[in-house]
Design a protein around this ligand. Sequence first.
Ligand code: ADP
Ligand code: MG
Length: 256
Amino acid sequence: MTELEQVRHRLEELGLQRASELLDARLKAAQNNQSTYLAFLGDLLDAELSERKRRNLEVRTKLARLPYRKSLDEFDFSFQPSLDARFIRELATMAFVQRNENLIFLGPPGVGKTHLAVAMAIEAIAKGLSVYFVSLTHLIEDLRKAYEENRLDKRLRIYVRPRILVIDEVGYLPLDSLAANLFFQVVSARYERGSILLTSNKSFGEWGELLGDPILATAVLDRLLHHSHVINIRGNSYRLREKMKSGAYGGSSESE
Ligand code: ADP
Ligand code: MG
């Protein structure tokens, strides 16, 4: 075994995988550039560190179970003039999460609620915060099963533990009384302990009907809204705009 191979193996044994892969190339570069020993070592360790950070970010992003990945930069604010872009960017600093406040996006289908929720989640993960993303339908299904199997308390922890819980698509389906109760339990367990980021196509006035119980709806909203930012998006559907552009959606005279 050559000396180079031996060093490479030691790096691997130490778990410095990336440094091991790069050793040969960086060594040659250092020789060519007549770098100092210190500069060579610093360079190799930097490469290892940045790979670890990348991997860590990837693992934490996977754990968040985002439905897709879209950033704030990919959001076209000019299409949604009712939105205050500066305020959204301010929220993206995640100061509201440090204060355990909630963030709620309201609006009709296609206006970018899920996109913004995902973008916020990505910003949060990049800042080292834990995130878990779930649709309300899935949340209820999951907790209902746990309830039936007598392990609700344990399962609730999945939704209480992360720094931010994203609950997407509140309002598409009405909830029966067990579902409404499970939803209440999640909101209640997180109250003043961790942020909820929620999206809904229903105004708060419609939540009584949605939860099938106006008193329970009041209890949920009371906790949810106590420390919160509510953002109403009143614009047009971005999905339909794309259809209109491609000509698949007739009957509109929108000009561009
Ligand atoms: P909602 O959750 O409000 O129903 P989505 O966030 O799922 O809507 O948006 C629908 C699609 O349109 C997604 O692919 C999203 O990325 C895109 N989209 C919506 N609004 C915008 C926007 N202002 N700029 C760029 N893409 C947008
Ligand atoms: Mg959505």
